[in-house]
Structure formats: structure tokens, C-alpha cells
Design a protein. Structure first.
Length: 366
């Protein structure tokens, strides 16, 4: 069996699709698993245990040329099973054109109706399970019942780091943040993409100073970001710029993860004592790497932690915080007409600090 899985979108979405490869390998050990991905997720697959090959689709390249190239890959590699899980729909057309026998996956837009012969309709907006479980349900066309497996079977070791990468991370931390290998540090990642609700930028800054004020001065703090996250840094920097917090200046470091590449950024997350962030790719990465995580999630149904929460093996190492409100919205915030408008502000800095302290007392997974 040669299986191609189309997941040509974001890092977090792709990571939550990796359990499909683990479960297929569990049932068909000799299967060859190919992931069709976007360039931004390519480094995610280095040392992947259950993925044999990756095909990268660059949206900036000539579209007709890519169709022909991908058609040839399907044909030459004798792919007999294809799954559309998310991303570019024209890839499904290539699978059909190449005569792939089993073409399954998520039926959503018109190409999936035309070119999938084993597709499934899923009402994911009903949010009855986690996104990774929705993805695994697509395997029922192969007569795979993933629900009989233990969660560890499909959750653990989704991504792994090498000793060399961890050593490189030590050097980067020492050179850029003056953090030695023995120094413990906490990563705060306030940024995110899309329209999912987030905690305020200023509150992330308040959390840092609250923890430092509470005798956690043994820790350094790394505020990680990418160029698209700059607006999320404004409130943090304004809060930390107050005169009373200048004493902590050497303990807080702003770190642009895009400058070192995804693999080394992941290595830094792996070495962190703890991670704090919203519903975003780095939160899923930190969880998969075994780093304790405090995650802040929206109460809106389709954005909820039930569907998009951190996929942990050890649930005692993850704490998800959601505003305690009755939210009837499915897709988007209702705005000022909602009695709980700006509900993320209900989450107090003290509440998050308590969860951070609890997790710091737990032994970290190896």
C-alpha cells in the first residue's frame, strides 16, 4: 500500500494530521506513507518515524507545471491510496487523473465531490471530537478502527529532535539570550494567525512580571514571535517598559523564531521548562515535544479547545484555560451585542499564574 496524504496548509493543522500516519503504519506496517505539504511545514518532517517521504507544493510556482509534475509523481510512485485532509484541492484532481484507486478524505468543496470516490462528509462545526480524531475517522474507508487503540499509540512521538539539534539550540540560547544549558527558561508566545480570540498582549506581559515578582527569578523568559506577530508584542513591551520592571530587563528576551528555522525553534521549545500561548502552531509543537503547556482558548464553538486543544500524551502536563462564560456562538464572536463581549479579559493573570506554578511542580516528560 502506498498512501499519499494531502495536508498543504498550516503547521498546527499538519501536526494534527500526523496521527493518521501512525495508525496506518500500526495496521499496515509495510505501507509507504507520503505527505504532500506546503514549504512552511517541511522541517516538521525531519526524523518523522511514520512518514517515509514528503512532496512539497510551492504555491508560488507555475500552477500548470506543478499539476503535471505531481501527476507524474503519483504515477511513477504507484500511489494507490490518497487522502484529502486539508489545503489545495487541485491535488485531488491530480490523484484522480493519475488513476489512484482509493481517493478518500474530507468532502467539502466541489473538487472533493467530483474527484474523491471514498470521501466522507463530516460536520466538524458540531465539534463532537478533536480535530485529530476527525482526521482519524477518515481512515474508516480502509476498514481501520482507530478507536480501539490506546491514545499513546497515535499521540506519542509525533515529532522528535536529535541530540545535535538540541546542542545547536543550547548555543543559540547562549549567544542570543545569554541563557546557559543549566538555566531554566519559560517560553511565552502571544501571537497567532486567523480570527480566533486571544488573551490581551498586555496580560502576557503582566503574567511575566507576576511570575518574577512571585520569587520565580531563577527562570528566564523568552517571548517568541515571528514578523507577523509584531502587533502582539506592543502591549507586552509597553507593560515591561514601566520603571518598576526595569530590574527584570536581563531576564526577559524577545526572540524571532523565524530567523533560526522551524527545527531549531522546535529544539528551543523542547528545552523549555514550560510554554504559555494561545491556539496556535507553537502551542501544538510544544505539546508534541513533551513540554508542559498552559494554553488559552476561545469559548466560541468552532475555535474551542475540544476541537483544537493541545494533543498531549500526558494530560497532567497540559492546562487549557477558557473563559467561564456561556457562549452560544459557533463561528465568530458576536461583538458588542454579546453580554460577555471581550470574554478573554475574564481570564485573570493570577489564574494563569496559578496554573503555571502547578505545572512547574510536575516532572517534565522525557
Amino acid at each position: 500500500m502506498i498512501v499519499a496524504i494531502n495536508r498543504t496548509d498550516a503547521i498546527g493543522d499538519t501536526l494534527l494530521t500526523l496521527p493518521m500516519a501512525k495508525v496506518i503504519k500500526h495496521h499496515y506496517p509495510d505501507a509507504k506513507i507520503i505527505f504532500i505539504i506546503s514549504p512552511r511545514t517541511q522541517e516538521l518532517f525531519a526524523n518523522a518515524r511514520d512518514v517515509d517521504e514528503v512532496w512539497t507544493i510551492d504555491p508560488k510556482k507555475n500552477w500548470p507545471g506543478q499539476v503535471w509534475s505531481l501527476y507524474q509523481k503519483f504515477s511513477k510512485n504507484h500511489v494507490d491510496t490518497y487522502f484529502y485532509v486539508g489545503g489545495a484541492h487541485w491535488i485531488t484532481f491530480c490523484a484522480w487523473l493519475a488513476g489512484v484507486t482509493f481517493r478518500g478524505g474530507l468532502i467539502s468543496r466541489w473538487p472533493s465531490f467530483l474527484f474523491l470516490n471514498k470521501g466522507q462528509r463530516q460536520s466538524r462545526r458540531m465539534v463532537v471530537m478533536h480535530e485529530a480524531e476527525y482526521n482519524l475517522n477518515l481512515l474508516t474507508g480502509l476498514e481501520i478502527d482507530w478507536s480501539i487503540l490506546s491514545e499513546e499509540t497515535w499521540r506519542e512521538n509525533l515529532i522528535t529532535m536529535t541530540a545535535k539539534e538540541l546542542e545547536q539550540a543550547d548555543k543559540i540560547l547562549q549567544d542570543t539570550c545569554k541563557i546557559t544549558p543549566e538555566q531554566e527558561f519559560i517560553v511565552i508566545h502571544p501571537g497567532m494567525s486567523g480570527h480566533t480570540l486571544n488573551w490581551s498582549s498586555r496580560n502576557y506581559g503582566r503574567l511575566i512580571t507576576r511570575l518574577l515578582d512571585a520569587n520565580l527569578e531563577r527562570f528566564r523568559f523568552i517571548v517568541s514571535f515571528t514578523p507577523s506577530d509584531l502587533n502582539f508584542l506592543l502591549g507586552i513591551k509597553d507593560h515591561l517598559g514601566r520603571p518598576e520592571y526595569q530590574k527584570y530587563k536581563g531576564k526577559i528576551h524577545f526572540f524571532d523564531g523565524s530567523k533560526i528555522g522551524l527545527r531549531l525553534y522546535m529544539a528551543i521549545l523542547k528545552k523549555a521548562k514550560l510554554f504559555v500561548g494561545p491556539s496556535t502552531g507553537p502551542t501544538h509543537l510544544a505539546t508534541a515535544l513533551g513540554t508542559p503547556v498552559v494554553a488559552l482558548y476561545s469559548p466560541i464553538k468552532i475555535q474551542s479547545a475540544k476541537r483544537w486543544g493541545p494533543l498531549a500524551v500526558r494530560t497532567d502536563q497540559v492546562k487549557t484555560i477558557v473563559p467561564d462564560v456561556v457562549c452560544g456562538e459557533v463561528h465568530h464572536c458576536a461583538g458588542e451585542v454579546c453580554p460577555y463581549y471581550e470574554c478573554m479579559a475574564i481570564v485573570e493573570v493570577e489564574d494563569v499564574a496559578k496554573e503555571v506554578n502547578k505545572l512547574l511542580l510536575e516532572p517534565k516528560a522525557k
